[in-house]
Design a protein around this ligand. Structure first.
Ligand SMILES: [Zn+2]
Length: 135
């Protein structure tokens, strides 16, 4: 589905594994398509998968009309999930110029009420419904 062309935002939850905090391998689940400037998702499906043993590592979405950057909504969404899950999660965004960003939302930083997250740059590629990242 990732080669699917659309001018709407698309969303996936990523389940997989992060290795040594340096790279990750994930499978993309729960494709959802929104409108050009936002996309929602079925959080109940994500929670159900977590309850069934799935290891959530983060979320992927596109910005079809913008660069890859963290919007206020993106930050707030990530913050909620990090609090909820009690662990570090990644936010991966693909912008309209083909660039990617990753942000690592560090649980410890949020737990200590220090609002911050690590900006990471790395390479990411997709094969079918799998996503590989080197941070
Ligand atoms: Zn966004």
């Amino acid at each position: 589905m990732l080669n699917y062309k659309t001018l709407n935002e698309i969303f996936y939850a990523i389940f997989g594994r992060i290795f040594f905090g340096k790279f990750f391998i994930g499978k993309m689940y729960f494709f959802n398509e929104g409108v050009p400037t936002k996309v929602g998702f079925d959080y109940q499906k994500v929670i159900k998968k977590i309850e069934n043993g799935g290891k959530l590592i983060g979320f992927y979405h596109t910005h079809p009309y913008m660069d890859a950057y963290m919007s206020r909504t993106d930050v707030n969404t990530m913050k909620s999930w990090v609090h909820c899950e009690g662990k570090t999660l990644y936010c991966i965004i693909k912008g309209n110029n083909g660039t990617w960003i990753y942000e690592c939302f560090n649980y410890v930083q949020f737990k200590e009420e220090y609002f911050g997250y690590d900006v990471l740059s790395g390479k990411c590629f997709v094969l079918g419904n799998y996503i590989f990242g080197i941070l």
